[in-house]
Write a protein that binds this ligand. Structure first.
Ligand code: CO
Length: 188
């Protein structure tokens, strides 16, 4: 499948609002290759030369519905810092990820969120849970995993999992007060 700026579906296409379905495990060959292609997109998209050559927009995550396939498949590559302040890369190819618990504490990206399927600018804070626990099958490690995500990774995972419900990041922005946030929310 060719995944690039032209083939990724945008929010002008009603399909982006479709609900995604669970996939069967073990993954079918078709689902497995799609998941690998999604990860490859994310990896290539952050390589400046490849992005230019292949017509890719940089991203930290992409979900299957964004290429028009309503299945609970998503790939994520997030660079962050661990608790000791050392750089760490989280890389996942997830099937059927679901949030099993969330913190009361909220978090938001100071720069706002973006999405491969959204062209227009939607300014404002997307307030999400600061920490979540996600269960999924991960093709990178070929096993069922539990991810304890916080801050940036937690936000990226919530953004991608929202795509399975047809929810886009700007749906969460308060129209009347786009930069409102709980006073104790973590600013990232
Ligand atoms: Co998105």
């Amino acid at each position: 499948m060719l995944i690039n700026k032209d083939t990724i579906i945008k929010d002008t296409d009603p399909k982006i609002r479709e609900k995604s379905l669970d996939v069967t495990l073990p993954l079918s060959e078709e689902d497995e290759s799609l998941l690998r292609e999604l990860l490859q997109y994310v990896i290539d998209s952050t390589d400046e030369e490849k992005a230019e050559e292949l017509n890719l927009q940089p991203a930290v995550g992409i979900s299957a519905i964004q290429v028009g396939i309503p299945k609970k498949l998503t790939a994520v590559v997030v660079n962050d810092y661990d608790k000791n302040g050392d750089p760490i890369t989280y890389q996942y190819m997830l099937a059927n990820p679901r949030i099993v618990s969330s913190s009361v504490q909220k978090a938001y990206l100071e720069a706002g969120e973006g999405c491969l399927s959204v062209k227009d600018v939607h300014e404002g804070y997307v307030v999400r849970n600061a920490r979540i626990k996600v269960k999924a099958f991960d093709l990178c490690t070929n096993q069922e995993i539990e991810i304890r995500a916080r801050d940036y990774l937690a936000i990226v995972l919530q953004h991608e999992i929202d795509h399975f419900s047809g929810i886009l990041y700007y749906d969460h922005i308060d129209k009347n007060n786009p930069f409102s946030h709980p006073s104790d929310a973590t600013k990232i």
